[in-house]
Design a protein around this ligand. Structure first.
Ligand code: SF4
Ligand code: FES
Length: 257
């Protein structure tokens, strides 16, 4: 693998070509703020918060660290005055959109950002993580972006109940501003933001509804192994309480007693 020498915040380093600036920074323990980045998902470059300054042949410019692949010798500044100014502006704009929520709040406090453009109350910063996790990791693509400009939003197709949603909750898990709430009410899982309603299967031990039937079907199709499947049919509480005396025999016998 070809490598290249770079300097990041004054530290010289030989790195493999095409590695991203964010990965280099993480390797040397430099923290770069991110909102739309997740290590398991292809970088999307939507939020711009990970902006850094690079210098190549004496010319400076600003790039997003999460998706900028290093090709040749460059000098990188991750936290100089200009970088911090740009990040503060991005955070001010995000606060004007969603107010102080989740990771936006955390970074606003860290960078001591004032709400120059007001405090908004939208729920979503359009980072794309939910859409991409559903597509790339779960392999379902139940949600996507719809509309354009200020109307742009995350939704299910035609804002109807998404027929292929399996109710796994990955979209909610990755959302940096907690915009997607997953609620289990009686025997249904409800994910309001994406119009999803899924029937829940009961725990084999305590009979409490806890996992979407569609999710079990999906796991069954993916794993094709009924022995393992029994582990998914027991809720977390029962797993904790009963692991040794109940769950272990289940998983070893494939649920047959
Ligand atoms: S709902 Fe959350 S994860 Fe999805 S785009 Fe909006 S902010 Fe990002
Ligand atoms: S984290 Fe890099 S653009 Fe959002």
């Amino acid at each position: 693998m070809k490598s290249v020498e770079i300097i990041i915040d004054g530290i010289k380093k030989i790195v493999p070509k095409r590695i991203t600036i964010l990965k280099i920074a993480q390797d040397v323990g430099i923290e770069i703020p991110t909102l739309c980045y997740h290590s398991a998902i292809e970088p999307y470059g939507a939020c711009r918060l990970c902006i850094v300054e690079i210098e190549r042949n004496g010319r400076k410019r600003y790039v997003t660290a999460c998706n900028f692949p290093v090709e040749d010798e460059i000098k990188i500044e991750t936290n100089n005055e200009n970088v911090v100014k740009i990040r503060k502006l991005i955070l001010e704009l995000l606060i004007a959109k969603v107010g102080y929520k989740g990771k936006v709040k955390e970074y606003a406090e860290k960078y001591e950002v004032e709400p120059r453009f007001g405090i908004g109350n939208d729920d979503c910063i359009l980072c794309g993580l939910c859409v991409n996790v559903c597509k790339e990791i779960i392999g379902v693509s139940a949600i996507s972006f719809s509309q354009r400009g200020i109307e742009r939003k995350v939704s299910s197709p035609f804002e109807k109940e998404p027929t292929n949603c399996i109710g796994c909750g990955a979209c909610s898990f990755v959302c940096p501003v907690d915009a997607i709430k997953v609620e289990d009410i009686k025997n249904e899982r409800i994910i309001k933001k994406i119009n999803a309603k899924l029937e829940l299967e009961k725990c084999k031990i305590c009979q409490k509804p806890f996992i979407p039937k569609k999710l079990i079907e999906y796991i069954k199709n993916k794993l094709g192994a009924n022995v393992l499947l029994d582990i998914f049919l027991i809720c977390n509480e029962c797993k904790g309480k009963n692991y040794v005396d109940k769950l272990l025999p289940f998983s070893l016998t494939g649920g047959k007693k």
